[in-house]
Write a protein that binds this ligand. Structure first.
Ligand SMILES: [Zn+2]
Ligand SMILES: [Zn+2]
Length: 121
């Protein structure tokens, strides 16, 4: 039993919950998932999944995610990343905190890297 994290999109497979959308019953260990099972969010294969960090960290991510908005500081772009909306263009699911965006994520408006973003508020 335990959790596995998709290294591509950050989706968390929790064996206690399973993956009802794909017919995976609650209580199914990650190891018992069919080989052709893929991440329900981004379609990554099982190989892309990593063991979840220690329980303490997992708890922190579920309850204390930093859902702050971040604004692109490049020139006059001003794009604001809103975690509750995600970034459909960048295939970022809604509910993804800015910190959890992949390092190669770019501003969908001007293409600036994450480093060019500054926290709002
Ligand atoms: Zn994924
Ligand atoms: Zn921008």
């Amino acid at each position: 039993m335990g959790k596995r994290i998709c290294s591509v999109c950050g989706y968390e497979y929790d064996s206690a919950i399973g993956d009802p959308e794909n017919g995976i019953a609650p209580g199914t260990p990650f190891e018992d998932l069919p080989e052709d099972w893929t991440c329900p969010v981004c379609g990554a294969s099982k190989e892309e999944f990593e063991a979840a960090p220690a329980a303490q960290a997992a708890e922190a991510t579920s309850s204390e995610k930093d859902m702050s908005m971040y604004q692109c500081q490049t020139g006059n772009c001003g794009y604001i990343y809103r975690p509750e909306k995600g970034d459909r263009k960048g295939k970022i699911p809604a509910g993804t905190p800015f910190d959890d965006l992949p390092d190669d994520w770019r501003c969908p408006v001007c293409g600036a890297s994450k480093k060019m973003f500054q926290k709002l508020g």
